[in-house]
Design a protein around this ligand. Structure first.
Ligand code: G3P
Ligand code: CA
Length: 272
């Protein structure tokens, strides 16, 4: 197993899809706000478009988070970019609409390349968690494209000073194994929704250094954190939006909390 510790004296605060409690998820504005709130890093989901671009979108379909319709995997990037990816959140929150000119970043679809451009510009070791989602029609092209993109940014060789510290995450052991075969230097996180005992007993995919646990599992079985640690794994926990859960994660000494509310988590855990 490759160990990739994220040294810190309190759990790192990772903004889940950006500061997505306040802003439309996966927009550049949501990511910038996360850093304004003191987040140590960001999380994003990636999907492949019909013309093989990785875009930061959680759902397989686009209706919830844009004013368009269809599947990400069936639409080309240029078409997806025509839609507004923020108005749903404004309507959701009853906020007055802004003209696109007021903030050109606000409603744009974010590609993984654009997000990495922004993070690389910071010249800091921003923790960057990239979760692969799995459109079956693309076979292993998601992982292949992801590795190509990481290579293009020189982010496929582990943690280095002045560059984002990338982790590729997935619920799919098969996907992680594919990433590892394509690029053994990329640190991996296996997302675990349930059945922790089985994983602790040695069935994690090869070379996974860290597990990402559902907060509901941690609430139910807090000792699982220590068990993973005893086996040499780092522990991230998602999605930690309740202040009491942030406190629990702090007490348990997890490595990172992944939250839609990075400002709240930083307030509770303290600034690094
Ligand atoms: O950070 C892990 C978490 O994001 C997994 O669930 O559905 O929000 O992608 P989901
Ligand atoms: Ca995710």
């Amino acid at each position: 197993m490759t160990a990739e510790p994220l040294a810190n004296d309190r759990p790192l605060v990772i903004a889940h899809r950006g500061a997505s409690h306040e802003e439309a998820e996966h927009t550049l504005r949501a990511y910038r706000k996360a850093f304004d709130h003191g987040a140590d890093g960001v999380e994003c989901d990636v999907r492949l478009t019909a013309d093989h671009h990785l875009v930061c979108v959680h759902d397989s379909r686009i209706e919830r988070t844009s004013n368009g319709s269809g599947r990400v995997s069936a639409l080309e990037l240029a078409r997806l970019e025509e839609f507004d990816w923020a108005s749903w959140k404004r309507l959701d929150r009853g906020v007055e609409d802004e003209t696109p000119e007021a903030d050109p970043e606000r409603g744009h679809l974010l590609t993984l390349r654009r997000l990495l451009d922004t993070l690389v510009e910071k010249r800091q070791e921003v923790v960057t968690l990239i979760e692969t989602k799995h459109p079956t029609r693309h076979g292993d092209d998601v992982e292949k494209t992801l590795v190509q993109v990481l290579r293009a940014f020189d982010l496929d060789r582990g943690d280095r000073p002045g560059l984002p510290h990338v982790r590729v995450m997935s619920f799919s052991a098969r996907a992680l194994t594919r990433v590892h075969r394509l690029s053994p230097g990329v640190p991996l996180v296996h997302l675990v929704a349930d059945r922790p005992a089985k994983l602790v007993d040695g069935t994690l995919p090869a070379d996974v250094g860290t597990v990402g646990l559902d907060i509901r599992l941690v609430r139910r079985k807090p000792k699982v954190v220590g068990r993973y640690r005893e086996h040499g794994h780092g522990v991230f926990v998602w999605t930690v939006d309740d202040p009491a859960d942030v406190d629990l994660c702090g007490e348990l000494g997890v490595d990172a909390v992944i939250t839609n509310r990075p400002g709240m988590a930083v307030d509770r855990l303290g600034v690094t």
